[in-house]
Design a protein around this ligand. Structure first.
Ligand code: UGA
Length: 438
């Protein structure tokens, strides 16, 4: 089977590489010729564990290629995935400009049957629009070509995307009711997972589109819930990790996504919660839970920033802060909507000097906050710091050489926004220790 994946961002590239690993022929397409040239040289545009090897192997074995020629890729493919960006507009709605442009381009360049699948996270109803945009282009050229539209949302976590694709909790496929041909083709494409007994949710297009928002909004709600609980714990001397453990052992709740911290970030939860609230409002529905989740997340970022100010005597002006972790979570260089970045920016605006280190996201962070003093490792960042802030829980920050850190810092104060240390261990090592909800 031939597959074309349009858009070689995070989702498109991982999807294309993983399908080629299943044994199908994949062309990943992007308008950005420089990006395609770099990919052909084996250079990845993002840091994702395992991706470079996966791409390299499948290119060498002739199943994966890269192209800027959308028309040729679409003509040769039976299944065309749309995996272009869906940025948030200022009002929280989803900007479908790139989806429309690609759908129309697809419509202009085929004449045989295709299944056109949205992989990008798109508001409910987008499948219908994609169908209309393609049909309009076919009508303009007088073509009677047939096509199906499907929705196959991705549930990939950055940093763990390849494992999530190869061993997913479930695969969701939405097709028009009665469209047996599209469903059979999609099942065939996912045959290795079918044989693995991965659960498949077969639904209509709207259900598939909504299921992605439902999952992300629910996970974001879990995080905002435990973050609010952490503020209550701080008021009464409770320990949010104990509360989370007690909750999580209830199998109906589950222990995942109950880590209190500086709030959720990244390119998905903030955008998808806003988008879900927005399209619900447009449909005349108040999605009250998700609205509260968004507000609580904003408040949590402010709350931990205030915690840093308070630990430094009420103001950070003129202070030096050693700052570890800039990406929105470990194992990625992605700083989009990273709580660490927002907090660092607030501190810079307050007049602090930030000595920062992140294992992968230095260049990206330096671009968005040019005032950061970028250090070569955690210990260099600690030099002369009035406090050490841990903002992202990279593994290497879990095992810092505490005597060395203490020696470098001007003040032995650690503000651990990810709760990766134990209070008693830090106190024993001579630190003043501040964490979240404990
Ligand atoms: C998320 C979902 O987990 C994926 O299933 C989904 O496919 C993806 O969005 C997407 O829509 O494409 P991702 O954004 O890569 O994946 O990262 P997560 O691991 O979910 O973390 C998101 C944020 O929540 C991070 O800022 C993380 O630090 C925060 N988080 C997560 C917490 O604060 N506490 C937790 O317990 C878990």
């Amino acid at each position: 089977m031939n597959v074309a994946v349009i858009g070689t961002g995070y989702v498109g590239l991982v999807t294309g590489a993983c399908f080629s690993e299943f044994g199908v022929q994949v062309v990943c397409v992007d308008k950005d010729a420089d990006k395609i040239a770099a990919l052909r040289r084996g250079q990845m545009p993002i840091y994702e564990p395992g991706l470079e090897d996966l791409v390299g192997r499948n290119v060498r074995e002739g199943r994966l290629s890269f192209s800027s020629d959308t028309a040729e890729a679409v003509q040769n493919a039976l299944v065309v995935f749309i995996a272009v960006g869906t940025p948030a507009a200022v009002d929280g709605s989803t900007d479908l400009t790139f989806i429309e442009a690609v759908a129309r381009e697809i419509g202009r360049c085929f004449d045989g049957y295709k299944v056109v699948v949205t992989k990008s996270t798109v508001p409910v109803g987008t499948g219908k629009k994609v169908r209309r945009w393609i049909q309009e282009e076919l009508d303009i050229k007088g073509s009677s070509a047939r096509f199906s539209v499907a929705s196959n949302p991705e549930f990939l976590r950055e940093g763990a995307a390849i494992g999530d694709f190869m061993r997913p909790d479930r695969v969701v496929i939405g097709t028009d009711e009665g469209d047996e041909q599209a469903l059979a083709i999609m099942k065939d494409l996912y045959r290795p997972l079918f044989l693995n007994e991965t659960p498949f949710v077969i639904a209509n297009v709207a259900t598939a589109e909504l299921s992605k928002y439902a999952a992300n909004a629910f996970l974001a709600t879990k995080i905002s819930f435990i973050n609010e609980m952490s503020i209550l714990c701080e008021r009464v001397g409770g320990d949010v990790q104990g509360v989370a453990r007690a909750m999580g052992l209830d199998k109906r709740i589950g222990s995942k996504f109950l880590h209190a911290g500086p709030g959720y970030g990244g390119s998905c939860f903030p955008k998808d919660t806003l988008s879900a609230a927005h399209f619900a409002r447009e449909l005349g529905v108040d999605f009250e839970i998700v609205e509260a989740t968004i507000r609580a997340n904003k408040r949590q970022r402010d709350h931990v920033t205030q915690k840093i100010r308070a630990a430094l005597g009420g103001s950070v002006a003129g202070k030096t802060i050693s700052f570890l972790g800039l990406s929105f979570k470990p194992e990625t260089d992605d700083v989009r909507d990273s709580p660490a970045i927002e907090i660092a920016r607030n501190l810079v605006e307050d007049g602090a000097t930030i000595r920062a280190f992140d294992p992968q996201a230095m260049a990206e962070a330096g671009e968005v906050i040019p005032q950061l003093v970028l250090c070569k490792d955690a210990y260099e960042a600690c030099e002369g710091g009035d406090a050490l802030v841990i903002a992202t829980e990279w593994n290497q920050f879990r095992m810092l050489d505490l005597p060395r850190v203490k020696e470098k810092l001007a003040e032995a104060l650690m503000i651990d926004l990810r709760n990766i240390y134990r209070a008693d261990a830090l106190t024993a090592a001579g630190f003043e220790y501040v964490s979240v909800g404990r």
